[in-house]
Write a protein that binds this ligand. Sequence first.
Ligand code: ASP
Length: 601
Amino acid sequence: MRIEEFGDRWRRTHRCGEVSERDDGSRVVLAGWVKRVRELGGLTFLDLWDRTGVVQLVVEAAEADLHELFHSLRAEDVIACDGIVRRRPAEMVNEGMKTGGIEVVAGSAAVLNRSEVPPFTVTSEVQANEDLRLRYRYLDLRREPLQRNLAMRHELALAARRFLSREGFLEIETPLLVRRTPEGARDYLVPSRLQQGKFYALPQSPQLYKQILMVAGFDRYFQLARCLRDEDLRADRQPEHTQIDIEMSFITEEDVFGLVERLMADVWEAAAGVELSLPFPRIDYADAMNLYGSDKPDLRFGLEIRDCGEAFRGTSFGVFRSALERGGVVRGIAFEGGASFSRSRIAELEAVVKGAGAGGLVWVKCEESAVSSPISKFLDEGAIRRLREILCAPGPSLILLVCGEEAVVAKSLGELRLHIGRAHLVGPSDGRRFLWVNRFPLFARAENGGWEPAHHIFSMPLESDIPRLDDDPGAVRGHLYDLVCNGTELGSGSVRVHRRELQERLFEIIGISREEARARFGFLLEAFQYGAPPHGGIALGVDRIAMLMGGGSSIRDYIAFPKTASATSLMEGAPSEVEPELLDELGIRIVKKPERADTSG
Ligand code: ASP
């Protein structure tokens, strides 16, 4: 088969999905990928695809050469074709297809390139496993769902840029080769050739640069920033991600909340045609942990956690009594739909809380006519009434109780709540419930027994908590907030420290001495001495927002070239070894870790 060079003769007049009834009778030139060729009543039909849609080409009976050409084509061959648009007869109209009212009667065609038989069929639904799809990502990306996801992501980014620009923000690029200033995760390092033995880091976020831009007077900054973190990947993490990175001067957290709410409403409308209701509710971290056992609660269902200790005051049920005596808690949730649960379904729920660290699950099943529970002999009528009051469960329901240390109870009931909600009350893409979780603790316990920043060390403590910095850092809350939707954290930010002394004090709490702080963050501390304005900001994860908008379940479906869980790109094979000469130039020698001894025998 003759392959033709592309030239003026085949310049497209339309893209495939753009041809419509308005073009009836006119000549068009189209190009794209062959999807399907079939014969019907002496006519040959060919579905031609490009990213705007599919259009049907038809070869009339008399065109023997074209018949022969079309029948020699395979799926994914690239062709160009010219022809005359004609309306389809009424009975042939395909309502399910954008161009279903017309077809193009082919006049002539050229094969521009052939395709090998693809390793999987390029259709919306695909059977192939994900590794194969990632290896042939260009074919996977040709599929309709991924085409749609990336187009939506483009709209999202465009809308965000337009919105922020209208609000007076400037997009400013910050460097990719930066000084190593760890932010919690491991850095990707880049060796310097010109200064052997030294390394740049790839940025985990533009945090310090955006703060310095505030000192420089760019009072509203944003950037669609690539951020790199060398973490052990969990299912839906990527080593690189994109965030809408924002910083503003002369603001309180209220200004950040207001701006981000309007930004979200704007991009959701533009990219998904969905109207969000504003403002988003707010909850303090401590309340989120108490009520939902999570710092990113899914608010699409209730199942609020309540303290039930009062119903068991003086109880003779030893497990609860000793938990309460030891300063622990008894908390629970009530699940209406659970009133009819069998023992084995309740056992599944017990496995969830045990998996989260709880010792066990106590259940009280309140049916229309009877109450049953493994601890029924310890439950008098008064205790049951009180339980039902506390849990707002007057009717039939399954009451689920966990006792023990507060943090463990919160975590296990939090997971139980999620499990029940997601298994029985909402589907993965049902609704959108945004909220702000605010006033996170500034510090968390580090493995070495000291303190580490709960998020990052540049966040401002609440003024009322500053006196506790010295004696009880764990109790200090920050102007530190997350934007959460349907149980997913979409973004994180804070009002920042903007004075040197306070910043140095925070460094000290996490074990960074003044000297070390000067060595590592001297440029920031110095900048704070030259008129640093009060400032704050946030970073919103574009990949996650896109996934939530698209109702998908894998972040990889919203990234053109994602990596696998071992941070590998299967298409081009990255990371890869490099030539020894390159390493020589960099002054680097690879020392292979000794193979682990085989102990299996
Ligand atoms: N730099 C932070 C992050 O990337 C976000 C922020 O505080 O603005 O998580």
